[in-house]
Design a binder for this molecule. Structure first.
Ligand code: PLP
Length: 481
């Protein structure tokens, strides 16, 4: 059971270890009479394994070493912006005054924390070119929901709620889901041959029953929506609003002014662009920024500054209400604040390097992998398995083989407009040496597809596990061992 490959242990389940009666702690002698449990309770007693303390500590420590993370390797998961998170942000967020602050502290005793939130809102508004914001949403998708509720409230106030939202076919799946959660019908807008929106396609669908459009810019093909201003004007002319999914903001920090592009509402993913560890399901933060005209709908409570004093205000009768307990995931806000202040005026350089790195990969790989939209990209580039398919090698095989080279696979089979997509986002924090190693790995995989496709189809060959049944794991997870 305890197979080992050098010092790499094959790890059994906790239930396969230990021995009956073994325990990780000793209880003091009982000084009260024994009392049997109610029979009803005994039936529900969970099946805890009997383990010693070192067994438990070693089990979890070994498992933690199986993890792949941005701290161990390049993690080029397109759209997710898995960039390295500077440790100074962790240090600031762990300061006792921040980490141990209680959300019920009276405002007089939490002036510093309120100031942090107030200033972060201002910084995010300035970075996006919008006027006001709320830090409350806990994820990008919840920011989208806030945005859709604001769209709804705006149209309801105009005396005529609208029922549809335009969403390009390159959109992240959360966009139509958030619109639907708000009761809107999502209307797909096909992107043009260049992989971006064409104003005519928007004009053909925009009517006075359509609340607006949700656009990601740069879009999930890693391409900048160059017609965005024209698209925004078309939508505004019909009384609609423009939502920008700002999850890809890492490409354009300090480079574009979303307000000037005609955006009315936008969410940011602090856990992507603003350097918070993520993956594994959270926590995150998806602040929403709006124009002055829509600020009255923002979630409450809002952080206000009166003279030199910070307070929390809930007296906003047109607000969409509360979206999260207290003020959102404060620890994430502290990390983003630290990240922005520590970079200061260098923030735009983040995006310059992110775009440069993505284009370096694009140029290094375009002779080996099919590039459906062969033009300069922003922070990510999308290839496909078209050149490998004749050898019966697919995107999944390529992704699995990358694991053998020590890289996390990129995002695959997304966006849906590219069959067999390999969506690569290197981020700004990778060195040229790492990018060169990544290119060399993918070039050698492309060669292997021609010379030994059978072997490639069995990848990963050097990982702890081979091909898992991912569908079964997602649909019928076995959580009890
Ligand atoms: C990640 C992402 C989202 C959703 O953000 P979550 O924080 O995962 O809810 C939305 N849109 C795009 C383009 C994304 O990359």
């Amino acid at each position: 059971m305890m197979d080992a490959h050098a010092l790499l242990f094959e790890e059994p389940l906790l239930w396969e270890m230990g021995a009956p009666g073994r325990s990780a702690f000793s209880m003091p002698e009982r000084d009260v009479p024994e009392h049997p449990l109610e029979p009803a309770l005994v039936g529900d007693y969970p099946d805890f394994p009997d383990l010693s303390e070192p067994e438990i500590v070693r089990h979890y420590t070994r498992l933690s070493q199986w993890n792949m993370s941005v701290d161990t390797t390049m993690y080029p998961l397109g759209s997710c912006t898995m960039k390295y998170n500077p440790k100074t942000n962790e240090r600031q967020a762990a300061l006792p005054g921040i980490a141990r602050a209680h959300p019920l502290l009276p405002t007089e005793l939490s002036q510093g924390l309120l100031r942090l939130m107030f200033e972060l809102e201002r910084l995010l508004a300035e970075i996006t070119g919008l006027d006001a914001g709320s830090l409350q949403p806990a994820a990008g998708a919840q920011g989208e929901l806030a945005g859709m509720l604001i769209f709804y409230a705006h149209h309801a106030d105009q005396g005529r709620p609208r029922t549809k939202i335009l969403i390009p076919d390159t959109a992240h799946g959360t966009n139509p889901a958030s619109a639907a959660l708000c009761g809107f019908t999502a209307v797909a807008v096909p992107s043009g041959p260049e992989g971006i929106l064409e104003p005519d396609a928007v004009a053909a669908r925009m009517d006075d029953d359509t609340a607006g459009i949700m656009v990601t810019n740069p879009n999930t093909l890693g391409l900048f929506e160059t017609h965005i201003r024209q698209v925004a004007d078309l939508v505004h002319a019909k009384g609609g609003l423009v939502y920008a999914d700002g999850a890809n903001m890492n490409a354009v920090l300090g480079q574009v002014h979303m307000g000037a592009m005609g955006v009315d509402v936008l969410h940011l993913n602090l856990h992507k662009t603003f350097s918070t560890p993520h993956g594994g399901g959270g926590p995150g933060a998806g602040p929403v920024c709006v124009t002055q005209a829509l600020a009255r709908y923002l979630p409450v409570p809002r952080v206000l500054k009166v003279d030199d004093h910070f307070t929390l205000g809930s007296d906003f009768p047109q607000s969409i209400g509360k979206l999260h307990a207290f003020y959102g995931n404060f620890g994430i806000l502290a990390r983003a604040y630290s990240y922005i202040l520590s970079l200061g005026a260098d923030l735009p350089r983040v995006s310059q390097l992110a775009v440069l790195n993505a284009n370096y990969l694009r140029a290094g790989l375009r002779n080996h992998y099919h590039l459906p939209y062969d033009r300069p990209c922003m922070h990510e580039c999308v290839f496909s398995d078209k050149h490998q398919l004749p050898h019966k090698v697919t995107t999944l095989d390529i992704a699995k083989r990358l694991i053998d080279y020590g890289f996390h696979p990129p995002t695959i089979y997304f966006p849906l407009v590219v069959p067999g997509a390999l969506m690569i986002e290197p981020t700004e924090t990778e060195t040229k040496e790492t990018l060169d190693r990544f290119i060399a790995a993918l070039v050698s995989i492309a060669r292997e597809a021609e010379t030994d496709p059978e072997r490639l189809r069995q990848a990963p060959l050097r990982a702890q596990r081979r091909r898992l049944d991912e569908v079964q794991a997602a649909r019928k997870p076995c959580l009890t061992g």
